[in-house]
Design a protein around this ligand. Structure first.
Ligand SMILES: [Zn+2]
Length: 261
């Protein structure tokens, strides 16, 4: 596993004493419950282990000097003996959280939050099944098999990508993420939804209809692709929290109607 690196939000906080949205001295440290990080770089280790005591009598690094000067009793005064990979810093005024560490470059994209936004549908076509009961003298109930091909996929609306701090950018025509980050995000969400390849699938079911004696009936089925629109807050390796909007094709839906010829 590659060594985690300090997130930009945490790094910026150590330098500026402000949260990424500009709230001053408002950060609290929340230790996570995940894996303990044991291979910290020397500077990060120094920051964690009672920094004010450790640097007593030595030239104090700039960020610690600032911590002391501002009298911040959160990071500067508190002894943090362990740092867990999923620890966060939280800002009171904006109620937001940022990771302390992000995976090193080449690490994985992490899903921080998932929000269901809405369900959308798009037409998948019409299916007509004919039931010829012209020679059947009684009313009867008939079960009609219907089926539809569809493809499980996830489409990310890159143009609607937003970043928490505005630090991740490239590709003007592709929102705020570089092509390599886009690929990583796509792969991560594919994995999350178990989409290995965009394989065509068939959805089959049956509908029951009541057909009168001597009638020729048609079951008209309008198939629709159901899309779950989802927002993901992600931590991307190269930067900060990124929010992407995507549409997950998770199966067809349909309306069936009966008509007579
Ligand atoms: Zn804030």
């Amino acid at each position: 596993m590659s060594r985690p690196v300090r997130s930009k939000a945490f790094d910026d906080y150590c330098r500026t004493m402000m949260c990424p949205r500009g709230h001053r001295r408002s950060i609290t440290f929340i230790e996570g419950s995940g894996a303990e990080i044991t291979d910290l770089s020397v500077r990060d280790r120094a920051l964690l282990e009672n920094p004010t005591a450790r640097f007593a009598g030595q030239p104090v690094p700039g960020f610690l000097r600032r911590l002391r000067r501002l009298g911040d009793d959160v990071l500067g005064g508190v002894t943090v003996t362990r740092f867990r990979s999923d620890s966060v810093i939280a800002c009171g005024p904006c109620g937001e959280e940022w990771p302390v560490f992000v995976p090193a470059l080449g690490g994985a994209v992490q899903v921080r939050r998932e929000r269901a936004v809405r369900i959308e549908t798009t037409p998948l076509g019409e299916e007509v099944s004919t039931i010829d009961h012209s020679a059947v003298p009684v009313d009867s109930t008939v079960s009609v098999q219907i089926s539809c091909g569809w493809t499980k996929s996830i489409e990310i609306e890159w143009g609607r990508t937003t970043t928490r701090t505005g630090t991740v950018r490239v590709g003007a025509s592709h929102g705020a993420l570089s092509l390599s980050l886009q690929r990583q995000v796509q792969e991560s969400l594919n994995e999350r939804h178990k989409i290995s390849t965009q394989q065509a699938q068939t959805y089959a079911t049956s509908v029951e209809v009541r057909v009168p004696a001597h009638a020729v009936a048609e079951v008209v089925t309008r198939w629709k692709q159901r899309w779950r629109v989802i927002e993901y807050d992600l931590w991307v390796p190269e930067g900060e929290e990124v929010t992407v909007v995507c549409r997950l094709a998770d199966g067809p839906s349909y309306d069936s109607a009966l008509r007579f010829r």
